[in-house]
Design a binder for this molecule. Structure first.
Ligand code: AMP
Length: 127
């Protein structure tokens, strides 16, 4: 499978420092920043620094070091923000849209961290 990465997407521009972001945490292979249009009191995006379109692309082509660092970066953000369940945090939801049916808008892999209130059932049924 060949993955076409568009380096003009908005997260690529954030990674190059061409547009600002509100950084929460940075690791060797990942960057976490606040979503510009939050859907919950806490809404943070975690992205790999490498050029990966979606989860499938990342899983197929990222190195073990990138995958490990990115996975741990998500948990680090949750710990840093006091969300980790069992450690006084009330938990969080992770969401990674991949492809058209998911409504992915930005073609650079990102995991949404949503928290800060009871989030309700996972999906609202259409209609
Ligand atoms: P998705 O629909 O899963 O692709 O989510 C893309 C997310 O990126 C949306 O929640 C947007 O609000 C968010 N977003 C778009 N541009 C920016 C930006 N410049 N800084 C932070 N978040 C952004």
């Amino acid at each position: 499978m060949a993955y076409a990465y568009d380096d003009q997407n908005i997260f690529a521009k954030i990674l190059r420092g061409e547009i600002p972001n509100s950084t929460v945490l940075e690791t060797e292979h990942a960057l976490a920043f606040h979503d510009i249009r939050p859907h919950a009191p806490v809404h943070v995006l975690v992205i790999p620094k490498g050029p990966y379109v979606n989860w499938d692309h990342f899983a197929a082509e990222a190195s073990d070091a990138e995958i490990g660092d990115f996975t741990r970066a998500v948990a680090k953000v949750c710990a840093y923000l006091g969300l980790t369940p069992g450690e006084d945090g009330m938990g969080y939801r992770l969401l990674a849209n991949s492809g058209p049916h998911s409504h992915q808008e930005v073609p650079h892999l990102h995991v949404h961290i949503l928290a800060g209130r009871p989030l309700g059932p996972m999906l609202v049924q259409p209609g």
